[in-house]
Design a protein around this ligand. Structure first.
Ligand code: ATP
Ligand code: MG
Length: 471
């Protein structure tokens, strides 16, 4: 555990130095009006009861970057039981009382309220052996992992409490560990991934000593729970600078995702490709929207290309079957990380279909959106676009994407029939004309194909007539 600094540093413009006290700093982005009413009420309740309470961590960082925080963490010298007693009018979830954290559901803004705490010993490299309450704010800030998340906002004095130079690091766009980076990563290996996650989300560099320690300690990533690893990895790959971070730290990420490593430097020697498999993958990742399903699919869509590689007489490389094999590998990886079943199914299905080519017409859009479902069809269009942008002829990506989306929009406008549920007849209608058992489903699917192919209008009378004929 890091020893607490003897005093606070206050960065920024000193506006109201107090006699004998620490200088007070006002920051243009730290405005009371930025605090949601529910958070302000929570702070007021704690302050009026004589406790100190400060917004801390990510919300302070986001405010200093001029962004609206997506959630609020508050640190207080009140113990969890004392806070709960004061906040009886709010719904409180005992998220981790033994670690001093409760979640206060005030208005529509959940606030993580954590008591000042120190941490002692990390024998397992994941959890503190002991947690001590009753420590100072300095000690509480010193147990936090990165300088940009170890700042608190004193809303009463309107000053920033920044003992480790977080504001300076924000200005310099640097991720720097609080204290000795080797010790901090040895305490909790997850911080290695958190550091890279912040770098990917914010587009920051990792400060050299922190980066070196992060590489040295990478093996510690093996001891972590899959859920914690997945949460950080998913945020990392959804970051706006995911590709450069993955490129620079692939050997660190490779500890938790070793299946990525064979892609690195694997030449494709194919007229469709001008990058190795890994560089192609990173370009796809960069060009796809930052949604978990799409980003996982982009990262893993070609994972098994190296294993599927064959070379023809001209020396050209082919990767037959890599779609199916990559989907299987993706499924195993995402299961290992305890991802949600829905996400695993979406990613693997998308990888299986990622190389399918068809002309962009209303008819094909209707048929494929019908076969895959509209959600998957739209995901496919994004992956197709990003995949082409990462290939030798990127100029083809945008026109095809636009044509396919226009064809789909037109199909929707024409009330196209994507699924049997949208047919103007139901299974009951077909039962009424004498069909039974599996024949009902088969007939519905046949009618759907005829409607999608444009040979039959989606009208009840026409469909019933066709069904009778087929019988
Ligand atoms: P964001 O909410 O945008 O993901 P954040 O900085 O708020 O970023 P959280 O995971 O919400 O990150 O954690 C809140 C704060 O708690 C962090 O800013 C950091 O100070 C501290 N913290 C969280 N996890 C750890 C950890 N594993 N080790 C040390 N400090 C941590
Ligand atoms: Mg947070």
């Amino acid at each position: 555990m890091l020893s607490a600094p003897a005093f606070f540093w206050y960065n920024g413009v000193v506006t109201r130095p107090k006699k004998g006290g620490p200088p007070v700093t006002a920051h243009p982005h730290l405005r009371q009006s930025a605090i949601p009413a529910a958070v302000a009420a929570l702070l007021k309740t704690l302050h009026e009861a004589g406790f100190s309470a400060y917004p801390v961590g990510g919300c302070v960082r986001d405010l200093l970057l001029g962004r609206q925080p997506h959630d609020w963490d508050v640190t207080t010298n009140a113990l969890p039981r004392q806070s709960e007693e004061l906040l009886q009018s709010c719904r409180v979830i005992e998220t981790g009382v033994q670690h001093g954290t409760i979640t206060v559901l005030a208005g529509d803004c959940p606030v993580e309220l954590t008591s000042f705490r120190g941490e002692g010993g990390y024998a397992d490299g994941r959890h503190p052996d002991t947690v001590t309450f009753g420590v100072t704010l300095q000690q509480d800030l010193s147990r936090r992992d990165f300088t940009i998340g170890a700042m608190a906002w004193d809303t009463e004095k309107n000053c920033l409490i920044d003992p480790f130079g977080g504001q300076q690091d924000l200005q310099n766009r640097l991720i720097r560990a609080v204290g000795d980076p080797d010790c901090r990563f040895a305490e909790d290996g997850l911080r290695i991934l958190r550091g890279l996650r912040f770098a990917a989300e914010l587009g920051f560099a990792v400060e050299p000593e922190t980066a070196a320690a992060l590489r040295r300690n990478a093996p510690l990533l093996q001891n972590l729970s899959p859920e914690r690893v997945r949460a950080e990895l998913q945020k990392l790959i959804c970051g706006r600078a995911a590709a450069p971070v993955l490129r620079e730290y692939i050997e660190v990420i490779g500890v938790v995702l070793p299946e990525l490593l064979p892609m690195v430097g694997f030449a494709q020697n194919n007229p469709h490709h001008n990058r190795d498999v890994w560089e192609h993958t990173l370009t796809v990742l960069e060009n796809i929207p930052a949604e978990p399903v799409l980003r996982w699919a982009a990262l893993l869509h070609d994972a098994e290309k190296p294993a599927c590689c064959t070379v023809d007489a001209e020396g050209i490389r082919h990767f037959h079957g890599h779609q199916q094999k990559s989907a299987e590998t993706a499924e195993a990886m995402l299961r290992r990380l305890h991802c949600e079943t829905r996400l695993i199914a979406d990613v693997t299905e998308l990888i299986k279909i990622h190389d399918i080519r068809f002309p962009a017409t209303v008819e094909t859009a209707t048929r494929w959106a019908g076969r895959w479902g509209e959600k998957r069809f739209l995901q496919f269009t994004e992956l197709r676009r990003a995949d082409t942008l990462g290939q030798a002829h990127p100029g083809e990506a945008e026109p095809y994407y636009r044509a396919l989306r226009a064809a789909y929009d037109e199909a929707k406008r024409q009330n196209a029939c994507f699924t049997v549920r949208q047919l103007a007849v139901s299974g009951d209608d077909l039962t009424a004309i004498g069909l039974s058992g599996p024949a009902v489903g088969e007939a519905l699917r046949r009618l759907l194909r005829l409607v999608q192919g444009g040979t039959l209008p989606n009208e009840r009378a026409a469909l019933l007539a066709a069904a009778r004929q087929q019988e």
